[in-house]
Design a protein around this ligand. Structure first.
Ligand code: SPD
Length: 351
């Protein structure tokens, strides 16, 4: 065989290898991900496309309930979704998630022990942890230094900052914060406790500027509000641009949560989606994501590439003592409609 013919054959084989995965399945041309907003460095999509020729197209949602409703309504165009812990449990129960082929995700071994066998998806059968964080209070440190949920829920304290406070537009998070203020579990199914939480939410509503899960940090930067209920990383990431912004876990405690990469049962590009999951589990890529989002990475091997400022921030990587004050949101089963009803009533009140 001529040298030039051999060269062409080798070239064609390499192109074929890049276009296929290890299991010989052809890669999709596009991958559609349904994600929280500002939750990945767009450069990660570019790097994936450069390496595998697969374009990643992102669409965003603002709450687990919005994600669930869309998938339940039959949205079939997504190959990857990013539900939180308790929502993974609900989606598994409803048969909405595909089972992962771990043979395509060798980098799953890079996960820290804490995230290798989560109670909401034992054995990581359906999902892989993506990022984790806490829910507390973000604030303009030139104006205030809140340390308790009372700044949001005590009517006298909230009245002082009327119209300058935000809350997440999220049923489990907002009812959960009110329950924490009252000293209850944020997973309670006790109707009397939930009624008390509803009254607390209704009492503070006149002082709330907006229920917002996408721009709560920007509203502080724009001097529209002074403090609010929100997710740790979004506030810390905003603090890079505006050093007045800071974040605290209230003394009564808050939420610790983990968001997860999962493949909807309807995806037609499962092995390409698994390739993407494997890609983001590489230590350098996982660190790149955390350096962008300011949320914790479940990939232990990423730590050496994460900015020390992030790694050493106790409100991002909390101490064991702080962890004891935090609670995971869990699926509350038959009490879910009650949570949703309370949230609808709170949102509708006074309109
Ligand atoms: N900007 C991305 C925020 C992701 C927040 N997900 C947390 C959900 C906790 N219930």
């Amino acid at each position: 065989m001529k040298k030039s013919t051999l060269f062409v054959i080798v070239l064609l084989l390499s192109v074929l290898l890049v276009a296929c995965q290890g299991d010989g399945q052809k890669l999709a041309e596009e991958l559609h991900i349904y994600n929280w907003s500002e939750y990945i460095d767009p450069e990660v999509f570019t790097a994936f496309e450069e390496e595998y020729g697969v374009k990643v197209i992102e669409d965003t949602f603002s709450s687990n309930e919005e994600l669930l409703a869309k998938i339940q309504a039959g949205a079939t165009g997504y190959d990857l979704i990013v539900p939180s812990d308790y929502m993974v449990e609900i989606m598994i129960e409803e048969g909405l998630l595909a089972e992962l082929d771990h043979a395509n995700i060798a980098n799953i071994a890079n996960l820290s022990a804490l995230f290798s066998d989560p109670p909401y998806d034992p054995g990581l059968v359906h999902c892989v942890p993506y990022q984790w964080g806490t829910t507390g209070i973000g604030y303009n440190s030139d104006e205030i230094e809140p340390d308790s949920w009372a700044y949001i829920f005590d009517p006298t304290m909230a009245a002082e900052y009327a119209g300058q406070i935000t809350m997440l537009n999220d049923s489990r998070e907002s009812i959960g914060a009110a329950l924490k203020y009252l000293g209850y579990s944020l997973n309670t199914t006790d109707e009397a406790q939930l009624e008390e939480a509803k009254q607390v939410l209704l009492a503070t509503k006149p002082y709330i500027y907006s229920y917002d899960s996408d721009q709560f940090e920007d509203l502080i930067a724009a001097d529209e509000v002074i403090y609010g209920h929100g997710w740790s990383g979004d506030y810390f990431a905003a603090a890079v641009e505006d050093e007045r912004i800071w974040y605290v876990i209230p003394e009564e405690g808050g939420v610790v949560w983990a968001d997860n990469l999962c493949i909807p049962a309807t995806s037609k590009n499962k092995s390409t989606a698994e390739l993407f999951i494997n890609f983001v589990l590489q230590p350098e890529i996982a660190a790149q994501i955390t350096n962008f989002t300011w949320y914790g990475s479940p990939v232990e091997a990423a730590n050496e590439f994460i900015d020390p400022e992030i790694l050493e921030e106790p409100a991002i990587y909390p101490s064991a003592e702080t962890m004891e004050r935090l609670e995971w949101i869990q699926d509350v089963g038959e009490a879910t409609p009650l949570y949703e009803r309370i949230w609808t009533e709170v949102k509708a009140a006074g309109q």
